[in-house]
Design a protein around this ligand. Structure first.
Ligand SMILES: Nc1ncnc2c1ncn2[C@@H]1O[C@H](COP(=O)(O)OP(=O)(O)OP(=O)(O)O)[C@@H](O)[C@H]1O
Ligand SMILES: O=c1[nH]c(=O)c2[nH+]cn([C@@H]3O[C@H](COP(=O)(O)O)[C@@H](O)[C@H]3O)c2[nH]1
Ligand SMILES: NC(=O)CC[C@H](N)C(=O)O
Ligand SMILES: [Mg+2]
Length: 517
């Protein structure tokens, strides 16, 4: 099938641009993000089914603030403005935007006016919506009906059905906005007239066709980690080019207990894909010796991964070069590595920001615009086993970024033992699906005094970091039962030498990230 017409999310530096794209896809409509600097002609060349203008930190009337090119409004494409996008739209179409002092942040009461128009029709008379603004629209442009107001925003929503345009001051994409998804889908289906046809099986067909076009008759290798992303990426590529694919699993010595064996047995059994296992522990641990800085660790690991893939590629294709490397890169990896549109580099994911400059492979990344739950849906559709699809994420740099301090075999053994205990107990309590991920972190350079067997001990703390999340972009600490936490603590301090203290991380993301490095 051909690529579906996208709903383009124009990013004005929003915190939630990814979330908007994701919500649109949840409504079974394909969506992608583009920077506000993209010329209108280029946007229109993508034949968008609709355009959503995102929020952003600027004030529309400030000098140098990003503007919406009026040509966008002449093209007849349905348009939805959110927050900054709503204000920019109002201004471009002749309405008024002002700084009235009525700032609103967080949950805010919204009152639909008249019948609420298409977006708010028959919703409760008092809605709680997520606001985050200091400016507001004081006058809607001609032809627009005002459909809601709040205390700080006299025009909090408007629509022009004939022109297929609407906008809201608040953030319908945020989970805290009640009925936000309803409003978004009403724009997509009822205002823009888009059919909800984008499904996992469409994505599969589309990606298979794109991979065939990119790879042709050539050989490909895929970095396979045992995690869900690379498993799904490999399954897609296998469907597209069959035996041209060889998967490469790198045992870098930073894996958890039992992980290598699991990949070797389960993945091949489930898929029949050719697998090459490379034991590269000496190489990775050698390169990491003495390194404590998190970004440096990530860069070293990213580089070593590629060097190992290069060596493996030479063995796979004796006849010639392997040009293509498949990775299970997801959208959050790209965004966190500063690869989004104007987003900050939080940490260099080994497979994105940690790649070496002299990378010779062309990357095949069929999941690059997707979130984890979308990938899981693809995995199910592709027939991968449940255990694989629902595995907790595990970062490519592995235990190296869970040892705070330098990495060596002894420390890795300690952390592996503690990690195994936490995983065993979580599974035994039947709560695997209730947590997104459960990192266990070794504070290798910290020691504290304890008393064990009537004697003094001076050992290391281990941190438990169970989190719940929808997509790893934000997270909260999991409220696991205290008796479970207690059992894990007792077992770790009893069974793992050198560890005499267990602490629980109760930080959400933000401000903390899920991993400690
Ligand atoms: N040990 C490994 N051997 C080969 N490739 C790897 C390894 N670890 C990571 N990779 C590559 O890096 C990519 C990103 O890793 P990441 O951990 O984000 O994804 P994943 O392991 O596939 O899924 P999950 O997030 O569920 O762990 C993987 O998709 C894979 O291509
Ligand atoms: O493959 C990966 N390579 C990396 O370099 C990397 N860094 C973080 N992660 C995983 O990404 C998600 C978000 O992590 P943070 O909240 O720590 O940024 C969490 O699921 C992390 O486990 C990585 N995965
Ligand atoms: N979140 C936003 O898009 C804010 C828009 C604009 N900066 C305001 O404060 O009103
Ligand atoms: Mg992984």
């Amino acid at each position: 099938m051909s690529t579906p017409r996208p709903v383009l999310v124009v990013d004005f530096g929003a915190q939630y641009a990814q979330l908007i794209a994701r919500r649109v896809r949840e409504a079974k409509v394909y969506s992608e993000i583009v920077p506000h600097s993209m010329p209108v002609a280029e946007m229109l060349a993508r034949d968008p089914a609709a355009i959503i203008l995102s929020g952003g930190p600027s004030s529309v009337y400030a000098p140098g603030a990003p503007q919406v090119d009026p040509k966008l409004f002449d093209a007849g494409v349905p348009i939805f403005g959110i927050c900054y996008g709503f204000q920019a739209m109002a201004q471009a179409l002749g309405g008024t935007v002002a700084h009235t002092g009525g700032r609103e942040f967080g949950g805010t009461a919204l009152s639909p006016t008249a019948d609420g128009g298409v977006l708010l029709r028959e919703l409760p008379a008092e809605l709680s919506v997520w606001m985050s603004h200091g400016d507001c629209v004081t006058e809607a442009p001609a032809g627009f009906a005002v459909t809601a107001a709040s205390a700080g925003a006299p025009v909090a929503a408007f629509e022009d059905l004939a022109g297929r345009r609407a906008g809201v001051q608040f953030h319908p994409e945020v989970g805290h906005t009640t009925h936000g998804q309803t409003m978004l889908t009403r724009f997509l289906y009822d205002v823009a007239g888009i059919e909800p046809t984008w499904t996992p099986s469409n994505i599969i067909d589309e990606q298979v066709a794109a991979i065939r076009a990119q790879v042709g008759e050539k050989e490909v290798i895929c970095g396979l980690s045992g995690g869900v992303d690379s498993a799904v990426a490999a399954a897609l590529v296998h469907r597209a080019v069959g035996d041209q694919l060889t998967c490469v699993f790198v045992d870098h010595g930073l894996l958890r207990s039992g992980e290598a064996e699991q990949v070797e047995q389960d993945y091949v059994a489930a898929t029949g894909i050719k697998l090459k296992v490379v034991d590269a522990a000496d190489r990775f641990l050698g390169a990491l010796a003495g390194v404590t800085d998190p970004e440096q660790k990530r860069k070293i690991i990213g580089r070593e991964f590629i060097r190992v893939f290069e060596a493996a590629a030479r063995e796979v294709a004796a006849a010639g070069d392997v040009e293509f490397l498949v990775q299970g890169t997801l959208y959050p990896d790209v965004v966190e590595s500063g690869g989004g549109t104007g987003t900050a580099n939080i940490k260099s994911h080994h497979n994105v920001g940690g790649l070496p400059d002299d990378l010779k492979f062309a990357l095949v990344e069929p999941l690059r615009t997707l979130f984890k739950d979308e990938v899981r849906a693809l995995g199910v559709e592709l027939g991968l086993p449940e255990e694989m699809v629902w595995r907790h994420p595990f970062p490519g740099p592995g235990l190296a970024i869970r040892i705070i301090g330098s990495v060596d075999r002894e420390r890795l053994d300690l952390l592996r033992a503690a990690d195994l205990i936490a995983r065993e107990e979580l599974t035994a309590s039947g709560l695997d699906r209730d947590v997104w991920q459960f990192p266990v972190v070794l504070l290798a350079d910290v020691r504290s005094v304890g008393v064990q067997g009537d004697g003094r001990s001076y050992g290391h703390p281990v941190v438990l970091r169970p989190v719940s999340s929808e997509d790893a972009m934000t997270a909260d600490w999991s409220r696991l039962p205290y008796d479970l936490i207690g059992r894990i603590s007792t077992r770790i301090t009893n069974e793992v030498p050198e560890v005499n203290r267990v602490v629980l991380d109760v930080t959400s993301k933000p401000p903390g990230t899920i991993e400690w490095e």
